[in-house]
Design a binder for this molecule. Sequence first.
Ligand code: 3MF
Ligand code: MG
Length: 434
Amino acid sequence: MTDFFAGISPVTYSPDAPADQLAYRHYNPDEVVAGKRLEDHLRFAVAWWHSFAWPGGDPFGGQTFERPWFGDTMALARLKADVAFEMFEILGQPYYCWHDADIRPEGASFAESNRNFEEIIDYLGEKMQAQGTRLLWGTANLFSHRRFMSGAATNPDPEVFAWSAATVKNCIDATQKLGGENYVLWGGREGYETLLNTDLKRERAQAGRFLQMVVDYKHKIGFEGAILIEPKPQEPTKHQYDYDVGTVYGFLKEFGLEGEVQMNIEQGHAILAGHSFEHELAMASALGLFGSIDMNRNDYQSGWDTDQFPNNVPEVALAYYEVLKAGGFTTGGTNFDAKLRRQSLDPADLIAAHVGAMDVCARGLKAAARMLEDGGLEAARDARYAGWQQNVAQGWLRSATLEDIEAAVAAGEIDPQPRSGRQEVLENYVNRFV
Ligand code: 3MF
Ligand code: MG
């Protein structure tokens, strides 16, 4: 045991706990909602990078957090893992996620980095075995080190492409070894700063080839998890190729990867792309691409990726409504890709952030399940499209030509009558549940 969380007991479901006590007031993992335990619906995961590797910097200032495990040795990497698993235990979090660079010190060579990585993967494996915490997904950090400043798969230098491919291979191997349920690719620097020095067509083709190799390798080794792409429109690059769900769909079609890759959708990234979270979820579901979510919000005024813990129940409810409509998570889950504010120095802040977020998600999911069970939105939607149930309308979609339809309209058989979209009625309806 480390003493980092000294004095903080495991958090339990205690709706009547005193106001100053850390407790779940809405998240009861064993509560059955729509036929499934809440824990199995939500599949919460802690993000290693924000909780244990991020030093508290922002564009105007550096480290604010002082953590006993900060530093570049294997002993400190193990200490970081010890503290992480203590936090999972306190929270009762079933899952966690990592990038290679979060968990191991960078070595002087690829081989040394990989030795560090393999050693720490074995250490995590033992801890997972002992504690029962599982890996929701693994991923490679192909954006922090200066070698990736011009991209990873899309780099103008083929040697960076090769380094990235080798890194991803080892990260997929490690994810498989730990029984990870997904492997994520986020193309943070797979984009450009300026078109003046960029061959956009070539870079997209490199990214397509890279992803084909990832999918081939997944099949070759029999990795049973899903390969997930996490779209984001920009930041750190001015423009990122995986802009949003719709853009990634076109990319997958272009490179023959339909059915092979799903989406990890992040609330903050949806907002940066000018969408709502539920838009991206509905789009993924419509395209058969829904996989997993990163549940962290952006600040609506600042316009950049603030990665805050969720705290808006109505917003979260609409997101889980789409998740439930898509059939819920299979391999995916709710990853808190969220970080503390840099003034939140105390170990207890880290616990409070996750506890609050889990409660918000539990409230959101329960509201979404009630809404789906009540069926009001689905009934209103069915009524709105009821005209399409008529044979003649179905024929227009199936086999009619423009001339057929023109003939019917010209004969006076068609006389469209505008009808209310009832948006306010539906907004009032949603408010009854959240
Ligand atoms: C950046 C992100 C990333 C991804 C992660 C997966 C650093 O905006 O959301 O977090 O979630 O890198 O590769
Ligand atoms: Mg993310």
